[in-house]
Design a protein around this ligand. Sequence first.
Ligand SMILES: C[S@@+](CC[C@H](N)C(=O)[O-])C[C@H]1O[C@@H](n2cnc3c(N)ncnc32)[C@H](O)[C@@H]1O
Ligand code: SF4
Ligand code: SF4
Length: 400
Amino acid sequence: MTASLSAGATPVMDRLISRTVEKHRPLSVHFDLTYRCNERCVHCYLDHDNHGELTTAECLQVLDDLARSGALFLTFSGGEIFLRPDLYEILAAARRLHFDISLKTNALLVTPERAARLGELGVRRVQISVYSDIPAVHDAITKVPGSLQRTLAAIPILLQHGLQVKLACPLMRENLLAYRGVMALAEKLGVPYILDLTITPMMDGSSGPLAHRASVSSLLPVLQDARLEACKPQPTSATARPESVGPLGSAVSSGIESPAYQDLPCSAGHNSCYISPYGDVFPCVQLPQAAGNLRREKFDDIWYHAPQLERLRAIRESQLPVCSRCEIRSYCERCPGLALMEGGNLLGAYERACALAEEKARLAGVVAPTSALHRERDRASVQTTPEAEFALLAADSNSD
Ligand SMILES: C[S@@+](CC[C@H](N)C(=O)[O-])C[C@H]1O[C@@H](n2cnc3c(N)ncnc32)[C@H](O)[C@@H]1O
Ligand code: SF4
Ligand code: SF4
């Protein structure tokens, strides 16, 4: 239901992924064309001011370079892509280069004419954010009155022009239980959907959006919903990871999920990356560590030589200092980018992932599940409490 590039679905795709990971080819690229937007979603991780977007010519040059590097799957997103007047020129160039194209949009600006152009240009899929089937709930998140109605009106138009449509619904405090309505809506429209339990910090690391993150305890109804299979353990990192098992996943990242990533945290920097509207190249939109800028360097020079990417490629899950010892690793959705942004360490554990993994493990029947991070913290605090120190002293004096 979820997988954007449902890599595990075909052996051919799995072979492609294995080979691109082995050879570090940039198979899938997420390219944000603008951060400007016509909505002001309460949870959005972006700064919507224009700090100097790549020009049309620069975008076309980036596409040429990506094609030469062997990239195949392109996701154009933003901000709101329809605010770029040169969108169709960029899409036409991308199709001439034979990319497989997906878009992410709030769909407010979709009209029959624009949908027809997307269809003619051969865009394959459009992911649309829908936060609820209830207008008041959706519109309170986007801060645009009437936005749900306009967004939903775009879906049949896009379908009529042969585009695949997928709904994306990040879940937060404001729409936690709306996921049921979004599921029903998707079923009625006959389109797939993805529910995302992760609300990330801003790209600059500031924590504003986290105020909208639902507490782990309030996520219980979602985690317990049998249709979502949220608590199904995954094979451990040392073995293959499956593609997402249910309709839960990332509405943000466009990396590829596949069992082919043996012992790797994810596809970021291995065969996927993110390009900002200003030409910065990052391993992933959720891992904002710029590896270089396309105004100064060629894509290949960044992709093959940036020390940030080389360091990322060397990471193996089985060698992570804390997480490799974790007994509930198979319930954990640890993301290296969030480990860096929230825990301050690309290789580390972070509170939210641990709390969520413990809750999932508990619901799956594991008795007293404790993450490695919490186990180590408990051990350290036992060693340092006054009672523990007194007990140690008493034991010492008794042995004299
Ligand atoms: C950044 S938007 C860009 C595309 C388009 N403007 C849209 O809203 O669909 C892509 C996705 O990221 C999600 N998103 C934005 N800020 C987020 C955050 N802090 N945490 C998780 N998802 C977020 C949006 O809800 C949307 O589904
Ligand atoms: S989530 Fe998308 S629509 Fe909402 S403000 Fe951010 S970029 Fe705009
Ligand atoms: S639950 Fe915590 S310690 Fe365990 S793997 Fe996940 S992030 Fe690491």
